[in-house]
Design a protein around this ligand. Structure first.
Ligand code: ASP
Length: 329
């Protein structure tokens, strides 16, 4: 099947078959990745890490342009994609405030995408609606990277989360991963739980009753034979946990503010609580945090959430190089 770049008659040198799997293609959901793909992405991300530490910025994507189109707020995703593109020698069209673009005049997403692809080689899109990236990708000839589609998925975050687990703990096999907080609206959890189901993991879900992980995701993961259990208290689960993945209660997704108020302070990770946890384990968070991890815990070596942000740069550099056909095997 011809990929998007070939359809557009652009020919770049390709490496082996693994590069061809990504070259010119969209990244819309973690469901598209095999374990083999992950090995390749992380090999490239590892190389990016080495290159950044050795020389900082280099010319792999010189002359390439990224359109960074954000219809929802972002700090890390937007700036790490910008940094990734610039560290690879490319440049960025930033549209962080769609209020000031033609979107505020009522332009449709397909038309905005058709416009940006005239000027850019790759489009990163964050949008409040589930499926918006898939819709954009349908109209785009250039690769579209889903940077969060409402309560749907956040695949590049899940990749960097998994890269963090591998870098910090050496493996994803035989781990107990506990996801805590807003599992209903948290798109990072939706993507990460699916991605982890490629490995032999045990998944524990801890949330208030009204914020449980959607049943369709549980069913999907069940089909892979993964052990999953649901809880309202962290207490019984924490001692066996290897990765504690904490999330923010997604205030902006609630229809009723009273519901938000009833669950917003459901869990707070403190140094005292973490005394029950293993010595060798990690605490992750996609960030921003709004009180669910006490700042008193930040200096604990198990607090991996700031390192996690840095890993995101290398993974996003890898993805850009791969979809633009410039990553070697
Ligand atoms: N930054 C993450 C996201 O965009 C997590 C969050 O906002 O709570 O999904």
């Amino acid at each position: 099947m011809a990929n998007k770049q070939q359809q557009g008659n652009i020919h770049l040198p390709l490496g082996d078959q693994r590069t061809a799997r990504f070259y010119g293609n969209d990244i819309l959901s973690v469901k598209q990745f095999s374990k083999e793909d992950l090995v390749y992405i992380f090999e490239v991300a590892h190389e990016m890490r080495e290159m950044v530490s050795r020389i900082g910025t280099f010319d792999l994507l010189k002359g390439k342009i990224l359109a960074n189109l954000f219809y929802e707020p972002s700090t890390r995703t937007s700036s790490s994609f910008t940094s990734a593109m610039e560290r690879l020698g490319g440049s960025v069209i930033p549209i962080n405030e769609v209020r000031y673009s033609s979107v505020s005049k009522g332009e449709s997403l397909p038309d905005t995408i058709r416009t940006l692809e005239c000027y850019a080689d790759v489009i990163v899109l964050r949008h409040p609606e589930v499926g918006a990236s898939a819709l954009a990708a349908k109209y785009a000839r250039k690769p579209v990277l889903n940077a969060g589609d409402g309560v749907g998925e956040h695949p590049t975050q899940a990749l960097l989360d998994l890269f963090t687990i591998l870098a910090e703990l050496g493996t994803a096999e035989n781990l107990t991963v506990t996801m805590l907080g807003d599992l209903k609206y948290g798109r990072t959890v939706h993507s990460l739980s699916r991605l982890l189901s490629l490995f032999n993991v045990t998944l524990r879900y801890v949330s208030p009753e009204i914020l449980r992980l959607p049943q369709e995701i549980i069913d999907e993961i069940n089909q892979k034979g993964i052990i999953q259990t649901e809880h309202t208290s962290l207490h019984e689960i924490l001692p066996e946990t290897d990765v504690l993945y904490v999330t923010r209660v997604q205030k902006e997704r609630f229809e009723n503010p009273a519901d938000y108020d009833s669950v917003k302070d459901a869990y707070v990770i403190t140094p005292e609580i973490m005394q029950q946890a293993k010595e060798k384990m990690i605490v992750m968070h996609p960030l921003p945090r709004v009180g669910e991890i006490s700042m008193d815990f930040d200096d604990d070596p198990r607090a991996a959430y700031f390192r996690q942000m840095e890993y995101g740069l290398y993974v996003r550099m890898a993805l850009l190089a791969m979809v633009l056909g410039k990553a070697k095997k």
